[in-house]
Design a binder for this molecule. Sequence first.
Ligand SMILES: C[S@@+](CC[C@H](N)C(=O)[O-])C[C@H]1O[C@@H](n2cnc3c(N)ncnc32)[C@H](O)[C@@H]1O
Length: 165
Amino acid sequence: MRLTLPPEAFAKQDPSDDALFYRPARMVTHVDAAALSALTACYQTRLWPGADVLDLMSSWVSHLPAGLVLGQVTGHGMNAAELAANPRLDAWFVQDLNLDPQLLQEDASQDAVLVCAGVQYLQRPVETFADVARALRRGCQVDSRREAMIIGPCPHRGEITFATM
Ligand SMILES: C[S@@+](CC[C@H](N)C(=O)[O-])C[C@H]1O[C@@H](n2cnc3c(N)ncnc32)[C@H](O)[C@@H]1O
């Protein structure tokens, strides 16, 4: 994919290693209660029982509806202690996507990929989201809100659809 943005558009003001910033665990809430409530309601309508979900750029909370029984929920983030404390995760891994934008997930292994309050930190978003598309089961859709996006199957299309709301 060709980007019309120059590479420096993704440069950070602080050029230091992201791992340094994320070394201490931060058991904090990054988004206010009203936004999280709207996000959880959105997950309730867009996800379904048994779905295999990857919570990309996660922490100690995933904001998933309490009563929704999913398939495998895999978390990804930058701090092991935060991910280990997240009660919704069945499995998790730490990976700096700015150093390595390729995911560990097998091809067509996920029904949905969630990103909440994280996409703005990606310096190689095209590579990461190309790999998200590889990891998703056939046909996917991006439901992008101001602070969160859900990428999941769109049953009527065999292509990636970007839907901004
Ligand atoms: C503001 S927190 C949001 C955490 C969580 N999604 C939530 O809603 O509470 C931003 C998250 O982005 C992730 N992140 C930031 N820089 C990253 C990088 N270089 N590679 C991978 N993940 C990164 C970390 O997991 C971090 O917890």
